[in-house]
Design a protein around this ligand. Structure first.
Ligand code: FAD
Length: 502
């Protein structure tokens, strides 16, 4: 390894590779050489269309204009995820972005809701979540609030065509000096002394040397696993789905501003509305359903006419034991994978990139830096894992072997403790920088019928009439807000209309 890290080589040109390249191009100005190697022959995983609100921070950091981005990626807005058939076969609820209700004093809103509910005076929790109210009316707007407003904003994310997003970021990165090399990596050369990766050899014999390598090669983990044999922690015993079959379909109107996840016999089906098509896919456990049966289930439940043949994807849920090993940093599928139930993979790419920028070595890589990077990465993905497990563990689908087994499995300890605490007194304690906030956990717990026996004692400080008025005010304000918003379809159409020259 040279004295100063100045040459970074990214292997892979999927969403992870081009997001990394774009961010490095944006922030590593003079003196850095960024090279991205990708193989057209191998291609990308070709899925990954739903995001969470933090993606906007990424785009903003790159200076990407939202309308331009939506035009280029056939994007739509997303206010949350609807879960159909999870709490029970006929149940549905939404994990909507943003707050539940609004604050009153010290307490999160749901403690007041629990008290009102016990008295038979509360509507469904979703009536008090602005994103939920707007999403089910197919409404969307950029909600501006005055600084002193008591009402929450309307946080949003996007659905987009991942291939088009990667192409967009490629244009961005290449315009800022990233060098793209097309070719298949056939050999990885290690430094005889340090054991670090020294260079890659492509099928045509070209040699690409670098100081730091970012492995964005997808599930295969070409460098982190193929060359360094880092190891993989398998979480299939908690999240047994190991296949997905995907089919793009013709666009269906109206464009709903939310993702739908519908529980099926041995997994679940996604529906993601884009401008030009609707993404449909079925995530399932191959131990409980054959690939043929899963494909038939998907094709029998499509929303829109199929535009291509079904594609089967195979994966093992888990994480790379060290995301940063020697001079290789894994970002994207090479670092680990949790099924797309809460649309978290692209977010993990984004936080991986943030962390890489935070820990960018000035010279050789310090062990302490690498260890901290790996600790933070592990903590983040483990908490996301627990949140996803919660959806399965709290299912109400009795009589189906897949679901029965998940309802009774032994849970990771932090998740078991969290459920027990919520059940007892409605409390959710968010630790460190974990991704999902109190509102997210509460919506999924309540949505899947984990209802606390008690609420925070300070929720008893107001009298019954005040409580009633508080809840009514919130629900009325949100319904009124949503009614004033334009249809999501119309909002998208206006947003992506080509600007007229002045
Ligand atoms: P890939 O897309 O697999 O890219 C790998 C790259 O490495 C390619 O360019 C390939 O050519 C290159 N490569 C590999 N080997 C070599 C070699 N030997 N030489 C040269 N190049 C090589 N995420 C979300 O956030 N939201 C979602 O809704 C979502 N849905 C998903 C649904 C499914 C079924 C799956 C499996 C994943 C989903 N994801 C989702 C995850 C998301 O698709 C990925 O996180 C994202 O696409 C990043 O993939 P990647 O770039 O790491 O890998």
């Amino acid at each position: 390894m040279s004295e100063m890290v100045r040459s970074i080589v990214i292997v892979g040109g999927g969403t992870a590779g081009w997001m990394t390249a774009a961010a490095l191009a944006r922030f590593c100005g003079k003196g850095w050489r960024i090279t991205l190697v990708e193989s057209d022959e191998i291609g990308t995983v070709g899925v990954g269309e739903a995001t969470i609100p933090m993606i906007r921070n990424f785009n903003q950091a790159l200076g990407i204009d939202e309308a331009d981005f939506l035009r280029a990626t056939q994007g739509t807005y997303k206010l949350g995820i609807e879960f159909a058939g999870w709490g029970g076969r006929d149940d549905r609820y939404m994990h909507a972005f943003g707050l539940v209700g609004r604050g009153l004093g010290l307490l999160p809103f749901h403690h007041y809701w629990l008290r009102a509910r016990a008295a038979g005076k509360a509507g469904p929790l979703g009536d008090y979540v602005l994103n939920n109210v707007a999403a089910y009316r197919n409404r969307f707007a950029h909600v501006q609030r005055a600084a002193d407003s008591m009402l929450p904003p309307l946080p949003y994310a996007f659905h987009f065509d991942a291939g088009l997003y990667a192409a967009y970021l490629r244009r961005y990165a290449e315009a800022r000096g990233v060098v793209r090399v097309e070719g298949r990596v056939v050999d990885v050369e290690r430094d005889g002394g340090s054991g670090d990766v020294a260079a890659l050899t492509l099928a045509d014999g070209e040699r690409i040397a670098g100081d730091l390598f970012v492995d964005c090669s997808g599930f295969r983990g070409l460098l982190i696993e193929g060359a360094l044999a880092t190891g993989y922690e398998d979480w299939s015993h908690w999240l047994p789905c190991d296949r997905a079959v995907a089919v793009p379909c013709a666009s269906v109107r109206p464009l709903t501003p939310y993702t739908r996840a519908t529980a099926r016999k041995a997994g679940w089906q996604w529906r993601i509305p884009l401008q030009h098509r609707t993404g449909n896919g079925h995530v399932f456990s191959s131990a409980h359903m054959s690939e043929d049966a899963a494909t038939a289930t998907l094709l029998g439940n499509l929303d829109g006419e199929a535009l291509a043949e079904p594609r089967m994807l195979r994966f093992t849920t888990g994480r790379r034991t060290r995301a940063w090993n020697r001079n290789v940093v894994a970002i994207g599928l090479s670092a680990g994978f949790i099924e797309p139930l809460e649309s978290t993979s692209i977010h993990l790419i984004q936080t991986g990139i943030n962390r890489l920028l935070d820990f960018l070595p000035n010279g050789s890589v310090a062990d302490a830096d690498r260890d901290a990077f790996n600790r933070l990465t592990a903590f983040e993905i483990e908490r996301i894992r627990d949140f996803v497990i919660l959806h399965y563990a709290a299912n109400g689908r009795t009589g189906e072997p897949f679901w029965d087994a998940l309802r009774t499995m032994e849970l990771p300890e932090p998740l078991a403790n969290r459920i027990a605490m919520f059940r007892a007194n409605g409390r959710i304690v968010r630790e460190h920088d974990e991704l999902f906030d109190v509102a997210g956990w509460v919506q999924v717990m309540v949505g899947q019928n984990i209802l606390p026996e008690r609420w925070h004692p300070l929720a008893d400080q107001i009298d019954d009439a005040q409580l009633d008025q508080f809840l009514t005010t919130v629900a009325t304000a949100f319904a009124r807000d949503a009614e004033r918003m334009p249809d999501h379809d119309a909002f998208v159409a206006r947003c992506v209309a080509t600007p007229q020259p002045q």
